[in-house]
Design a protein around this ligand. Structure first.
Ligand SMILES: [Zn+2]
Length: 222
């Protein structure tokens, strides 16, 4: 018999909001971006992760039933494993459920981690039954509405930034145009770009030189 416990020891977790178990304890402090990232990023096991298992009796045989990557992809990508709490949560439910629904307190997969892995998928599996739950569907709708709102407001901000950047680009283009015209003008007349005195202290009115004078005749580059 293997001495590995049913919930295997994990690499030391560093508490962070990307861990669903930590983030649900800090729901009110989560930024929209952090919340969106949690919902939309499928959980993947970190390097060195030891998949936990539960034991199930099959007649006289004890079988190990492992949690695996298949429980976090496709229709199961709403689930995430918390290293901090060593178990599985449903992300939309954990992040968008109210504390109580019709007097029923919420627990496994929502407020506390699922740590039994003996019957996860298939008929009446813990995960499959959860997905079929109306409560879960309701939380998924809230998560979807939240994602759309965040995206549309981010789109507005991005558009504003783009508009502001375009205006600055246009100003720079006009300034560059004036510099080029001045260079051409000086080139055609064979004039130097420096001031017309090369040595000694320049009187104040001479310091700008011909090039600076040419570029600022229409209001300067600023
Ligand atoms: Zn759920």
């Amino acid at each position: 018999m293997n001495a590995v416990p049913s919930v295997a020891a994990q690499p030391t977790p560093k508490p962070q909001l990307a861990d669903i178990g930590v983030s649900i304890d800090n729901r009110t402090f989560l930024s929209d971006t952090e919340r969106l990232k949690l919902i939309e990023t499928a959980w993947t096991a970190p390097d060195g992760f030891q998949w936990p298992y539960s034991e199930r009796k099959d007649g006289n045989t004890i079988r190990k039933k492992y949690l695996g990557p298949q429980h976090f992809s496709g229709q199961y990508s709403v689930f995430a494993y918390s290293l901090a709490k060593q178990g599985v949560f449903c992300k939309p439910c954990a992040l968008f459920a109210s504390d109580r629904i019709r007097g029923v307190s919420l627990d496994r997969l929502v407020k506390s981690p699922l740590q039994k892995y003996d019957h996860l998928s298939g008929k009446d599996g813990y995960l499959t039954s959860h997905l079929a739950n109306a409560f879960h569907e309701d939380c998924c709708s809230r998560a979807k509405a939240f994602a759309e709102t965040v995206r549309s407001s981010a789109g507005t901000i991005s558009h504003k930034l783009h508009t502001s950047a375009s205006a600055e680009l246009e100003r720079n283009r006009r300034a560059l145009g004036r510099i080029i015209q001045a260079l051409e003008f000086h080139g055609r007349l064979g004039l130097p770009l420096r001031g017309h005195r090369d040595a000694g202290e320049l009187p104040l009115h001479d310091r700008r030189g011909q090039f600076q004078g040419s570029t600022s005749t229409d209001g300067g580059l600023q």
